[in-house]
Each structure stands twice: as C-alpha cells, then as structure tokens.
Design a protein around this ligand. Structure first.
Ligand SMILES: [Zn+2]
Ligand SMILES: [Zn+2]
Length: 472
C-alpha cells in the first residue's frame, strides 16, 4: 500500500497524487502546472507513471490546477473512471473544453511563428476532442455517501467549501489485513463566504494530505472586507467614472454578485449598470443556480427568491463580443466584471484599454495576482501598462480588497486539523515553501504525530506510518 506525490509539491499548481493498493492504481487529482512558461512546459513531460496502468481517478474539484491534465491523461491512454462530486462534472465540462480550446489556439499561434522559421510544428497539449473523451469517463457522486473506486479503495466526499462541488476526499483503504484511512483536503475553503457552506470537519485519519496555500497568512475578517468593498463603491460613485473588476469566472464572480445583491441599498447599486462580461462566468453562474441545494441554505433561499426577478437592478450578462464592445462606449456608471482574473487575457484587457488611462476610473482587484501578471503590475502601482504592444498610461485608481479568498488561512487550516482527535501525521502539499514551513510549525505545535512537506516523487509505504499516540 503506497502513496506518492507528483504535483503541487512545494508549489500551488499541478495537484497529482498516486495510490497503489492491492495491485491497483488510483490517481487523486491530475492538475495542470500553471505560472511561468517554464512551469507550464512541465505539462508536456511524460507522466511519472503509465497512464494506461491507472485504474481510476478521484478528482477533488474542477479548478484547472486539479483537473487540467485529465484530458492529457486520456490522450496518453487512460480509460478508467473519473469519480467526483456531481457539480464538478458540470464545471469541468465548461473548464476543460475552454482549456483545450486555449491549448489549440496556443499551438496554432506558435506554429505560425515556427513555420516562418522553418521549424517543425508542435501539437497542442490536448484538443477539444480529448476533453470530450474525458468528460465521457466522469461519474458523479453526492457528498457523504461511500462508493467503491477499485477493490480495496472506498471513498467518501465531504464539503470543502472552496468552490461549488469542491470536496475533501476520505479514502478507506484495505490490502489483506492492512487498513488505512487517508484524508485529502483538496483545496479547503475560507469559512464564511456568502454562497458556500463551511468545510466539513472530520475526526479520524491515519494520514492527512493537507493543502497549505495560505499556511503563512491571516485573512481580514468578512465584515471588514465587505465594509471596505462598499466604501470603494461609494468613492467610485463620487468620481463619476466606470469600475473595472477583473474576476475569476468560478466562484469569485458568483460570490461578488450575491454579496452585491444583498447590499443594493447600502452600496447604492441602483446607480450602477452592472455588466457580467464573461461568457465563462455566465455559464458557471448557471451551474451555481442549478445546484442551489449545495449552497449555504440562506443564500440558496435568497437566490430562489431572486429567480422571479433580477438578482440586481440594471444587471446585464453579455455573451457576445458585440455586446461586450458596446460597453466600451460607456463613460460613466458602468461596473464591469470580466475575466481573466489576473488580467492575463480575456475581455478585461479591452476594458482596461478604454478606461485605465482615465483618472475617474476605479479598478477593484478582488483576487490573487501572481507575480509577473498584468494584474500584479496594477497592484504594484505601475504608471503604464502594455496592451497589444501599445503603451497605455495608468491614471485609474487601483484598489485591492485583500480579504476575498477562497482558501482557508493559517487559523482556518489549524482549526480544521484540530478536529482530528489522534493528531495523525500530515503531508503538506499545495503551497509555496514559506507557507509550508509556517504551517508545518503550527501543526507541530498542535502535536501532529509527524509533518512532512511533499517533494516530487516522494513515496510512502502506508503500512509503515508513524502511529499516532492519541489525543495529547
Ligand atoms: Zn481550487
Ligand atoms: Zn488548487
């Protein structure tokens, strides 16, 4: 009985872990490496295992850093079943097709250049056809019900509170006389978001595989965060310009829309024309509305009420590029939510081009901005940016709302771990080194039996785990 780690080791992307039980192989997540071109180049490497030899996959949630190499696994021969929460299948349908389309476009663009240089053409990482084939392998499950993955591996999914359908994966393993319970957090949510439920608390495990994204940070509390957000809206109103909000299509956009619908009066939102200018965010919003039963109960009730009328006054969901371009003519009173969340592409770039040089514009940053992205340059106070080769001066006011995270912070992670009575050993994954180190120290103070930081290729014999000495 073995566990090995092949992604999200000392970094936050590429989640991928392999279980070997009784001669069967089960993959937990198969995510894309994201970030710099060198990071992304690793996606083309051969898998450190034979895709044809994998019997099944368990997917924690739909985010591309967890699901984004599944079509590649299929392209390279995987034919087993992919088990996940039902709503994650709907989200994967949107996200994997979109990812495949972007890989096809990337290859097309690279090949035009390569052809001019007399170089051989490259293949896309995978195609929309591969994504279609992958979607045919999914089987959906509800939270809280055990299912068999392969002989010797039973799994139960629990609410992770991170995005719709996100799951903590509990695995009950049996090989001969040996029995082990593993708990994989996936990405653990930030309790208290407007729409999602709290992450489930578990109490028993022989080993916990734990995410560490914000293992070294504390989030601002929700009340202060929303107060800050409302204050920025008032300030923008006084400037009489437009507001741009680069936002992730999955969860962040829906949480913002819902938060705004609750604060229509105190934030004077009837003065704004709100545009959701992202086809992906619009599709994802309809998936959220399909799974109201998975949302925080009170929010779900309010959304049902809103279904008879608009969620917000003057809201428009703009699917076509003609509708999107029409927004560019508006000089005042438009609140535009568009992707991509880090301004690395998408319609937000057009809105920046038409607005960011105007001092009456306000840009509200509501999500994480990675080093090297255009969004990060704005946060860091760049006095100009480059859009399609053109230098554009930044006169807009840039605001960063820090508290809107979809990951638990250090206290959230610690409190979640405290629920395990026996203080089981932990493997830390899905975090940058400073976050891993800080969280490891915190868990040692909590008397964790042992804490490892996963390294690529690290392999555990699960028969050999340090035995927890019980509650201390
Ligand atoms: Zn995630
Ligand atoms: Zn993740």
């Amino acid at each position: 009985m073995k566990l090995s780690h092949h992604g999200a080791c000392g970094e936050v992307t590429g989640s991928c872990h392999l279980l070997e039980v009784g001669g069967r192989r089960v993959l937990i997540d198969c995510g894309l490496f994201q970030g710099t071109p060198a990071d992304e180049e690793r996606n083309r490497d051969p898998f450190p295992f034979d895709p044809k030899g994998i019997d099944a996959v368990v997917l924690s949630h739909a985010h591309i850093d967890h699901s984004g190499r599944l079509p590649l696994l299929v392209r390279r021969g995987f034919r087993g079943t992919i088990h996940t929460q039902q709503a994650s299948i709907d989200l994967c349908e949107i996200m994997l097709k979109d990812a495949a389309y972007l890989h096809e476009k990337d290859a097309e663009w690279a090949n035009r250049k390569r052809e001019r240089r007399g170089q051989p053409a490259v293949e896309p990482l995978y195609t929309r056809q591969d994504a279609e084939a992958t979607l045919g392998l999914f089987v959906g499950h509800r939270y809280g019900k055990f299912f068999d993955v392969v002989p010797g591996v039973r799994v139960r999914l629990h609410e992770a509170g991170h995005i719709l359908g996100s799951a903590i994966v509990e695995l009950r393993l049996r090989e001969g006389e040996l029995q082990r319970t593993l708990v994989f957090t996936g990405d653990l949510g930030h309790a208290g978001t407007p729409l999602l439920r709290f992450p489930a608390r578990l109490h028993e495990a022989d080993l916990v595989i734990m995410e560490s994204t914000y293992g070294d940070r504390c989030h601002r509390d929700w009340a202060a965060t929303w107060a800050e957000f409302g204050e920025v809206l008032h300030e923008a109103r006084r400037s009489r310009g437009n507001i741009l909000m680069p936002a992730f299509a999955v969860d962040r956009t829906q949480e913002l829309l819902f938060a705004m619908s609750r604060h229509v009066d105190d934030w004077n939102l009837d003065h704004w024309h709100i545009f959701v200018d992202s086809p992906m965010a619009i599709r994802v919003t309809s998936v959220y509305l399909k799974y109201l039963d998975l949302l925080y109960e009170k929010a779900a009730r309010e959304l049902v009420d809103a279904a008879t009328g608009p969620l917000l006054p003057h809201i428009r969901f703009t699917m076509t590029s003609e509708e999107s371009m029409a927004i560019n003519r508006i000089r005042s009173g438009a609140l535009i939510i568009a992707g991509s969340g880090m301004c690395t592409g998408g319609r937000i770039l057009h809105h920046l081009k038409h607005n960011v040089w105007r001092p009456e514009t306000h840009v509200i940053i509501v999500g994480f901005q990675a080093e090297g992205t255009l969004g990060r340059a704005l946060v860091d106070g760049a006095d100009h940016i480059r859009l399609w080769g053109e230098k554009v001066v930044v006169k807009a006011k840039i605001h960063t709302i820090g508290g809107l995270s979809s990951h638990a912070d250090q206290a959230g992670l610690r409190n979640w771990y405290r629920e395990f009575r026996s203080r089981p050993p932990v493997v830390l994954v899905h975090g940058e080194p400073p976050a891993l180190l800080a969280l490891a120290n915190v868990l040692r103070k909590e008397n964790a039996t042992h804490v490892w930081m996963a390294r690529p290729g690290m392999r555990f014999d699960l028969g050999d785990l340090p035995v927890p000495s019980g509650t201390r």
